[in-house]
Ligand binder design. Structure first.
Ligand SMILES: [Fe+2]
Length: 308
């Protein structure tokens, strides 16, 4: 039994030496910057989460990831078990936070009690016409050029030095359950896609993916859900026109099924746009998968070596 069962990932935190340059990238990527001081940026998506990306002024790098607990009472239980403190969360939306360090030294914030933000308007999904299923009748379809509408942060991928040790750490504390475990051989697991244990409530196929990387521990990528396929493609064009660094996409993953599009921020951190991912409940079980399943696509370009 885990100490608590988190609801979702909350935000990722980076350092960058040029906040104006990071802000320009985040706006091309489709986030809304809600706080910009001389030393920090905070950005949100269109959904109710008050913050999904934080940048502190400093040498470029990944700082940590945050997950959202159900209640401050959960944080108090976690803090007592870990010998940590519940502190005020100094970010838009406020709330409380317990700051931990995972087995590789990644900073892990567990937050609760944030005030939700008023959702921002996102153009309603427009109907699709398919043979035999014409949903748009006597009406045109027009997609305005512009950045994608980032709605929410959906998952984070961390490279770890020892998958089993990290898996144990995250499952014991935060209540993750395995969706797909990636086996190199019957005896060796490379990593796993982990989803939140929300009982009968549907949750993303993965909120955290831990992968034992030959590169050693570190940040792999963070993935933001956009409004729909048209929105993802609109955002792709915007990032391309802005001269941003395309990493991999557009394609459709096998594990998780989502349509994906990966980009790099100005300091090389990979952020993903995705849409149309799988949703499961706790009862939907766990699967064993291969590296081919992990890196293969249902359609789209093959994975570049930089994603391996
Ligand atoms: Fe991803």
């Amino acid at each position: 039994m885990s100490l608590l069962k988190i609801e979702d990932v909350a935000y990722v935190r980076f350092r960058a030496p040029d906040l104006a340059e990071m802000r320009a990238f985040l706006e091309d990527f489709g986030m809304v910057v809600t706080e910009a001081t001389a030393t920090r940026l905070a950005a949100r998506g269109a959904g109710p989460s008050p913050v999904v990306h934080v940048t502190e002024l400093g040498d470029a790098g990944f700082v940590g990831v945050a997950f959202r607990a159900e209640s401050v009472a959960d944080l108090e239980r976690l803090a007592a078990a870990e010998g940590a403190a519940v502190e005020a969360l100094d970010l838009p939306g406020g709330g409380s936070v317990v700051t931990l360090s995972d087995p590789d030294g990644h900073r892990v914030d567990v937050v609760a009690g944030q005030a939700p933000a008023d959702p921002l308007p996102v153009a309603a999904a427009q109907a699709w016409n398919r043979p035999g299923a014409h949903d748009r009748l006597r009406a045109t379809k027009r997609i305005a050029a512009g950045p994608a509408n980032v709605v929410r942060l959906g998952h984070v991928v961390l490279n770890v030095s020892d998958f089993r040790a990290s898996e144990r750490w995250y499952k014991d504390r935060l209540g993750f359950i395995t969706s797909d475990e990636i086996r190199l051989s019957p005896a060796f697991a490379l990593g796993a896609f982990l989803r939140c244990d929300r009982g009968e409530t549907l949750t993303d196929h993965h909120t955290l993916f831990l992968v034992q990387s030959p590169k050693g521990p570190g940040f792999n990528h963070a993935a933001y859900e956009v409004a729909d396929l048209d929105d993802l493609m609109r955002g792709h064009q915007r990032l391309k026109d802005a001269g941003r660094h395309a990493e991999w996409g557009v394609g459709r993953h096998i594990l998780g099924s989502q349509v994906f599009d990966y980009w790099r921020d100005p300091w090389g951190h990979t952020l993903e746009h995705w849409t149309d991912g799988d949703l499961f409940t706790a009862a939907d079980g766990s699967n064993i998968a291969t590296v081919q399943d992990l890196l293969g696509v249902q359609w789209g370009p093959q994975a570049p070596p930089t994603m391996g």
